[in-house]
Design a protein around this ligand. Structure first.
Ligand SMILES: Cc1ncc(COP(=O)(O)O)c(C=O)c1O
Length: 484
């Protein structure tokens, strides 16, 4: 039940805290290491320290950097320390943001606005990027009227560089690569992609939201990967999330540019408001002092040695998990498996990934279901170390159970995910998801039961669209004699 009004008189603090602790009962168990990627945890001591650090700047606001010079100093330190990690130089500049999505929104808007200045003849700006790039780019494109030209990737996440090159045209205002991309954890070939952009005088953004705060340390541990940062001459900006492998609390990321000639297009200035001249470096207006302070504190308290030792632990847990999953009959690993992502898919027809995912969910694991191909993503962290064996054992048992009970693929959430992945008319899927969101954010705020959807769209798809697709497939097989 949601509350519909605030209490007439305020409740007691102790009672409220107790009540709030109770709210957490059904939450994903990140303390027990059962989540992958939602929580990046630097350890209990680190957490306790960050709480104190953020309390110190609990009420301060970075909206006006003149008023709170303390925040300005810490933000600058964070930018310069990050720029140094990304092999920038004394010209490298940037701002903090509220997270990866804001950093990417800003990159897209900045490059669109830069092109408006420098190439005013471009009326339909586009950005070229690998198919695996994060959907925050789609959001940015939607908000800022930019179209996206996606280069093909294979199922391991490797981008087709020739295709990427062909997509760059006169209306391209920026090119993008990820380090790494989230889906399977591969680092895009930034040297090659950024060289293509440089040759054409187009800016190149590296989305290192996921990897920016771990790749530098993995490189120190001699893990091979392509160069991905300002060492590549074509790279003009990099985003990196401190709230992921920087182990800061949620709400902090950086966007760093090679020099001010790019960053200046990010600034927003309004001069005619009766309230005064308003200038803002990023999307937010008011900016919490506590997130800047805790990001600063996290980087300073971890230091290189802290980050390197956590990277080592994550890598060890990752290797163990990968080896365990590779040994399971019926599964295979997608992607390069050199970083901290394990993405597994089915290797055999009698093993339905989404049915396995349902079993793991029921056992309390947080499961990130992916599509094209059906797969499950796990980002491995030090916190997962003690439970890796349990996960592998649960996964192996789930595979056997699904093999013995093939009907599970058409039950529960597995049926829904299977259907969503197959429907070729993506507008139908989008409508279905919008219905779910309307329910979640509607007046009742109820969480929909995905397995028991009474959505007429889903029913329609189930009853009419999928059988139609099956018929079309049969017909094609008959006409081609099974040749593809
Ligand atoms: C590669 C990549 N870019 C961007 C983002 C978006 O970050 P956020 O969820 O902090 O907005 C993510 C999140 O996982 C990511 O993996």
């Amino acid at each position: 039940m949601t509350r519909t009004s605030i209490p007439t008189t305020g409740d007691k603090h102790t009672a409220l805290l107790k009540q709030m602790a109770g709210f957490r009962e059904g939450d994903a168990d990140w303390h027990g290491g059962k989540t992958w990627s939602l929580v990046y945890d630097g350890g209990d001591k680190h957490h306790a320290f960050l709480k104190k650090a953020s309390q110190l700047f609990f009420a301060e606001n970075a909206l006006n950097p003149m008023a709170f010079q303390s925040l300005r100093k810490m933000e600058l330190d964070v930018i310069h320390m990050s720029a140094n990690m990304f092999n920038g130089d004394d010209q490298t500049v940037g701002t903090m943001t509220s997270g990866g999505t804001e950093s990417l929104l800003l990159a897209v808007c900045t490059y669109r606005d830069r092109a408006r200045r420098k190439k005013p003849w471009i009326v339909r700006p586009n950005i070229v990027l690998p198919r695996t790039a994060h959907p925050a780019f789609n959001k940015a494109a939607h908000y800022f009227g930019v179209s996206l030209r996606f280069a093909k990737c294979d199922e391991h996440g490797n981008v087709d560089v020739k295709h990427y090159k062909r997509l760059i045209n006169r209306n391209t205002v920026a090119c993008v690569g990820s380090a790494p991309q989230y889906v399977t954890g591969s680092v895009d070939p930034i040297p090659e992609l950024s060289a293509l952009a440089l040759k054409k005088g187009i800016p190149f953004h590296v989305d290192a939201c996921f990897g920016g705060f771990i790749l530098p340390w993995l490189e120190r541990l001699d893990i091979a990967m392509p160069e991905w940062d300002f060492r590549c001459p074509g790279v003009t900006s990099i985003s990196g999330d401190i709230h992921k492998y920087g182990y800061a609390p949620k709400g902090s990321s950086v966007i760093i540019y090679r020099d001010m000639s790019y960053l200046k297009h990010q600034f927003f200035i309004s001069t005619n408001w009766p309230g005064g001249i308003y200038a803002s470096p990023s999307l937010q207006g008011t900016r919490a002092g506590s997130t800047i302070a805790s990001a600063w504190a996290s980087m300073m308290a971890m230091g290189e040695s802290g980050y390197i030792s956590r990277a080592k632990e994550a890598i060890a847990a990752h290797r163990k998990m990968k080896a365990g999953i590779e040994a399971i009959n019926g599964l295979r690993i997608l992607g390069p498996s050199t970083l901290t992502v394990v993405t597994w898919a089915a290797d055999a027809k009698d093993v339905d990934v989404y049915a396995i995912a349902d079993i793991l969910s029921a056992k309390g694991w947080e499961v990130s279901r992916q599509q094209h191909p059906a797969s499950v993503h796990c980002t491995v962290n030090a916190r997962n170390s003690p439970v890796v064996d349990d996960y592998v054992a649960d996964l192996a048992a789930a595979v056997e159970h699904v093999r013995a009970n093939p009907d599970l693929a058409s039950e529960g959430e597995a049926a829904m995910y299977g259907m969503m992945a197959k429907i070729p008319v993506r507008g139908l899927v989008s409508n279905g998801v919008r219905k779910v969101m309307e329910q979640m954010y509607g007046a009742s705020g109820e969480m929909p039961d995905l397995a028991e959807s009474d959505d007429p769209m889903a029913d329609m798809v189930q009853k009419h669209v999928l059988p139609m697709l099956d018929k079309a497939r049969d017909l094609r097989e008959r006409l081609t004699g099974g040749r593809t």
